[in-house]
Design a protein around this ligand. Structure first.
Ligand code: GLN
Length: 478
């Protein structure tokens, strides 16, 4: 049996029909990961492997499954991005400054998936340092590679997460998305990535990058798997003050999209977009029409301001959130004679270049004299961007766009050009500013055989419609 290509839904039935045990499946994945790690061009998807914990837990779950009292997701292996806490395990955020740190508590998503549902944690996945980046190249633990072409990036910041799910190193995984970090790597690696509505999934135990934008979500092999995981992690959590008062939902994916109105923002099809990406979106539009959806041209007039607004709001929040890494409370510490020297040297050596760039930018836009001109202005523009979406959703049910303007780029290609790197999130960033749900699904390949992704954006809390439209396209493409 080809264990590697099994989807979560196949694993659930396979475990119950005794086609394999959770122990066998978990061992298989762990062997696969170790095999990959021994290669010179390893995907480098995992920072920490949880071999003993995973094997031990899978044995216990197998007994429960035999007795017939296991929960639905029990025994299914999962990978977790390394900015989400699993108690007693390292949380590195792919940063040197968290070297040696171990989490003292579980994130709510871990509590729900691993402690309650009994999914099996394979380990902690590689990412850009503190989730800042679009290529996984800012990781202190080295770049993760794209499974379709190992000279290319897997995207970021959840690069290791998408690479793992795409290549048989995890059947499904959790990532986080502040400006595109679930969707863009999912697109680059040919898998499904879902960023839920802001506040739908608890952020408790997710190391904060930009608190008003961060959301945890699944990266999966298919739309149904993403829906299953979302159902298990979503819903109110009193430990997160921004958690929405919503109960967990069951997603009813019919694939029937007759009469669904799909908006195409005219501002999204301008310079910089690769021809292959454009052709791919046109194919998706044709497919949607065939399936009975109605295509409507819409306008999101403030689209040009999304990237600059994001880089003010996100860096401002990051500069404040990252203050806590001072060389005393967590991880890495430089030995010095004075306290201020300790802060200075630990932070200088502990943080990488991109993180420092953002802390400086964020500190600047929040400083007195510049606060009104930059931060306050950015908040106002954020509201205009949100209004654009509200207006659009008066006339359409979902919005379609490419996930990224190009397929996966070469390792090193954009590392010294932060602006061009920042532009690879041009289609995903506005969604976080507006707090909306969005999904990226694989919809084709470039001439070079690199995956291309399409993004569906939904109304607040309308995950069901974007999942259903994605499900319809996925079925039609197979
Ligand atoms: N690539 C964007 C950034 O660098 C988004 C990152 C994310 O979503 N965590 O900030």
């Amino acid at each position: 049996m080809d264990l590697e290509s099994l989807k979560v839904k196949d694993i659930i039935s396979g475990l119950r029909n005794k086609e394999f045990s959770s122990y066998e499946l978990t061992s298989y994945y762990l062997e696969n990961i170790k095999k990959d790690q021994s290669k010179s061009d390893s995907l480098n998807a995992y920072i920490t492997l949880m071999e003993n914990e995973a094997l031990q837990m899978s044995k216990e779950v197998d007994t429960q499954i035999k007795k017939g009292d296991a929960s639905i997701l029990a025994g299914v292996p999962i990978g977790i991005k390394d900015n989400i806490n699993i108690k007693d395990m390292p949380t590195t955020c792919a940063s040197k400054i968290l070297e040696g740190y171990r989490a003292s508590y579980d994130a709510t998503v871990v509590e729900r998936l691993i402690r309650k549902e009994k999914m099996i944690p394979l380990g902690k996945l590689n990412m850009d340092e503190f989730a800042m980046g679009s290529s996984n190249e800012t990781s202190h633990y080295g770049v993760s590679r794209n499974p379709f072409d190992r000279t290319r990036v897997p995207g970021g910041s959840s690069g290791g997460v998408a690479a793992a799910v795409s290549s048989g190193l995890a059947p499904v995984a959790l990532g986080s998305d502040t400006g595109g970090s679930i969707r863009q790597p999912a697109a680059f690696c040919g898998v499904v990535g879902l960023k839920p509505t802001y506040g739908l999934v608890s952020r408790y135990g997710l190391v904060a990058f930009a608190s008003s934008l961060d959301q945890i979500g699944p990266i999966a092999k298919c739309v149904e798997d993403a829906a299953l995981i979302l159902s298990a992690i979503e819903g109110f959590d009193e430990k997160d003050s921004t958690s929405l008062n919503v109960k967990s939902r069951k997603y009813n994916l019919t694939g029937n999209i007759k009469g669904v109105k799909v908006g195409i923002p005219k501002e999204y099809f301008i310079e910089g977009i690769s021809e292959e990406v454009l052709n791919n979106i046109n194919n998706v539009i044709e497919l949607l029409k065939k399936l009975g959806a109605e295509i409507v041209e819409i306008s999101l007039p403030h689209s040009d301001y999304a990237v600059p607004t994001y880089y003010i709001v996100a860096t401002a929040e990051a500069s404040s959130n990252l203050e806590r890494f001072d060389g005393i409370k967590y991880g890495y510490r430089e030995k010095t004679k004075t306290l201020s020297e300790l802060y200075f040297k630990s932070r200088s050596k502990g943080f990488g270049t991109e993180v420092k760039r953002r802390i400086m930018l964020g500190t600047y836009v929040l400083s007195s004299g510049y606060y009104d001109a930059y931060y306050l202005k950015a908040l106002k523009v954020r509201k205009l961007i949100k209004n654009d979406f509200d207006n659009a959703f008066k006339n359409v049910d979902v919005i379609l766009s490419p996930t990224s303007p190009t397929p996966a780029f070469k390792i090193g290609e954009k590392l010294n050009d932060p602006i061009s790197m920042y532009l690879s999130d041009i289609y995903t960033i506005a969604v976080n500013l507006a707090g909306l749900p969005a999904i990226s699904i694989p919809t084709g390949f470039s001439k070079e055989g690199l995956p291309l992704g399409s993004q569906f954006i939904g109304r607040l809390l309308d995950e069901e419609t974007i999942l259903n439209v994605s499900f319809a396209i996925e079925k039609a493409l197979n």
